[in-house]
Design a protein around this ligand. Structure first.
Ligand SMILES: [Mg+2]
Length: 330
């Protein structure tokens, strides 16, 4: 079984190039993989985001197959484009892989990334390969605003309704199960395969009634707090309106289901506010039901505030803050 150390960097890059030629969209790509830099056609406003998944920090090697890892790395990164209501077009991948990593696994990882990106109209156009002790995959996504509108964190105003797609807390519970050696079930799947809300987010952006949005990566409370701070408002959260996945209660977890839903993290669901009263609310509710996406109205923007924050949170949830790199508790 060939290892990366046996074949070297350039044959691996050649393999990636062939996968891209076979699977990735070519629209707008003047120069793709194989030159010093990619040359791309872009719109006047280009969205740009980057995200890393690092072995030992975000995952352990036996939690994910190489294909699952490639897909997850793409989805984690592209989620920020969805949160802005944009469409992804180009992807750059910086892969740090151990010399003892199998070539077949490296190919499977990249092929899955390329395929998942192609499924939403985005092409891998470049990146870097380097040797490292641990796996680290840094994905940069360039995108364009859809229908001209950008969703920002800063637009929530008093009276807006607050909505959340899906059920939060499942991925964090999945990580807890993976740490115990459980390798299947809906919670583990929620961690391995984050949702893609790009089409829905573009429709929400185009609706003209979404006033602020963010994707839930660090935990619902923490990300709602980001909207509060950016918008200078308080949000009254209705905990009883949160959709709790039945599996959270059945899995024998360390904490209450509500605690995972509020502060779990890595959900990649959409959290957004809606302005325009019940008519606007019905509009987004039907957009989500047309997309087959669960939607919960979880609160309301109640005031402009000099100390913006989330109100109505139970003590149990506050005890478990959302994820923060470097261990700083907010
Ligand atoms: Mg984000």
């Amino acid at each position: 079984m060939a290892l990366l150390a046996d074949v070297g960097e350039f044959p691996f890059i050649e393999a990636i190039k062939k996968l891209v030629q076979a699977e990735a969209p070519r629209r707008g790509v003047r120069v793709g993989i194989g030159d010093d830099a990619a040359a791309l056609s872009t719109t006047a406003t280009t969205l740009a985001t980057t995200d890393a998944v690092v072995e030992g920090v975000h995952f352990l090697r036996d939690w994910l197959t190489p294909a699952q890892l490639g897909r997850r790395a793409f989805r984690v990164a592209v989620s920020d484009i969805a949160a802005m209501g944009g469409k992804p077009r180009y992807v750059l991948a910086a892969l740090a892989l151990p010399a003892g990593y199998r070539l077949a696994d490296a190919r499977a990882l990249v092929a899955s990334l390329i395929r998942d990106a192609a499924g939403v109209g985005a092409a891998l156009v470049g990146g870097n390969v380097s040797r490292a002790d641990k796996i680290s995959i840094t994905i940069t996504v360039l995108g364009q605003p859809s229908r001209g509108a950008l969703l920002r964190r800063s637009g929530a105003r008093r009276g807006d309704a607050v909505y959340l797609t899906g059920c939060t807390g499942m991925a964090a519970a999945g990580v807890e199960l993976l740490k115990r050696g459980v390798s299947r079930g809906v919670l583990v799947s929620a961690y391995r395969s984050p949702p893609l809300h790009l089409d829905l987010a573009a429709r929400l952006a185009g609706s003209g009634v979404v006033s602020a949005a963010i994707d839930v990566s660090d935990g619902l409370l923490q990300d709602l707090q980001h909207i509060c701070r950016a918008s200078g408002v308080d949000v009254q959260l209705d905990e009883s309106a949160l959709a709790l996945a039945p599996a959270l209660a059945r899995a024998g977890l360390e904490r209450e289901p509500l605690s995972y839903a509020l502060s779990g993290g890595e959900d990649y669901e959409l959290l957004f506010s809606v302005r325009g009263g019940e008519r606007a609310n019905s509009r987004v509710e039907s957009l989500c039901s047309d997309a087959g996406c669960r939607l919960s109205r979880i609160g309301e923007v109640v005031a402009a505030s000099s100390t913006p924050g989330v109100r109505g949170v139970s003590q149990a949830a506050i005890a478990e803050p959302g994820y923060e790199h470097f261990g700083h508790k907010t």
